[in-house]
Write a protein of this length. Sequence first.
Length: 143
Amino acid sequence: MTQSLSRALPGEHVHITTDPWTEPFWQAAKEGRLVAAQCGDCQTFRMPPTPYCPHCQSQNTKWPQLSGSGTVYSYAVCNRSPFPGVEDFVYIPVVVELDDAPGIRLVSDLIDIDPAAVSIGMAITVDWNPITDGWQQPVFRAV
Ligand SMILES: [Zn+2]
């Protein structure tokens, strides 16, 4: 039944703020590219982005583009709208392990899937949900 498939959050209700440490992530997302902060010295990934590497305290940060492929580490099925005045819908917050960024996990939403079909470890890939102010939010769908 189509009605039971999970949806992305309605973009007109999603607002983000950026700072100097998160801006590169969101600018890439706007172009449909998934990137992650990686230490330019010891190569440790970090998510969310922070000014200093938690491993070696370096401020040398690079932003490699990722494939967008990952697996479900954890998820939840929600049946109530998180936004006042918006009709209830199914959405699935998901914690994603990214194939080419070991050691970090990205919190996102899993879209266009029957909640009964979701399983830990399943392969997923990034897609993009337009949100306010011209930004895009990464979401994931089954491969
Ligand atoms: Zn480092």
